[in-house]
Design a protein around this ligand. Structure first.
Ligand SMILES: [Cu+2]
Length: 173
């Protein structure tokens, strides 16, 4: 499948750059951003994060987005909703946390341009440790289609579990 080869390419790139060498406080794997169509104002970024000593993912920034937030999706009275994770997303020491469609994700909002498949976008993640000290990590995310917008949603997600920000542009009752 397309995404797999993309991730493999990403892993190779990461290795080549030495960005996530052992000893880094945070390890990021399989990071990708979902491609957008013209006029779409928001999209999700997904990855697996493992923090060596326990951190919180409190936010981020990207030159392609006006606003970057850490989001969570959950069922609320039978409706999938998402909201900013208040106080940051817990990354327990040594435990991999999955950011995936239908769950936690980094939301790029107020997009300044469409994210085209097979390009990359820069993203800086911001972490906070137990003492409140911030650290940052720069990533280059491959952009992948990762399922259709406003229908199927792919990626093994439950039905209706799309990104509401996207559904808003073409949703039908
Ligand atoms: Cu979101």
């Amino acid at each position: 499948m397309k995404l797999t080869s993309l991730m493999a390419a990403m892993a190779l790139t990461a290795t080549a750059m030495g960005a996530y060498a052992a000893g880094e406080p945070v390890e990021v794997q399989n990071a990708w951003a979902r491609a957008t169509v013209k006029g779409q104002m928001a999209t999700g970024v997904f990855m697996n994060i493992t923090a060596k000593d326990g951190l919180k993912l409190v936010g981020g920034s990207s030159p392609v987005a006006g606003v970057t937030q850490v989001h969570e999706m959950k069922m609320d009275a039978g409706v999938m909703k998402m909201a900013e994770v208040k106080g940051g997303l817990d990354l327990p020491a040594g435990k991999m946390v999955e950011l995936k469609p239908g769950g936690y994700h980094v939301m790029l909002m107020d997009l300044k341009q469409p994210l085209e498949k097979d390009t990359t976008v820069p993203l800086t993640l911001v972490f906070k440790d137990a003492k409140g000290v911030e650290s940052k990590m720069d990533l280059k995310l491959p952009v992948a289609a990762g399922g259709g917008m406003g229908k199927g949603q792919g990626m093994g997600m439950g039905k209706g579990a799309g990104m509401p920000g996207m559904a808003a542009s073409g949703a039908k009752p």
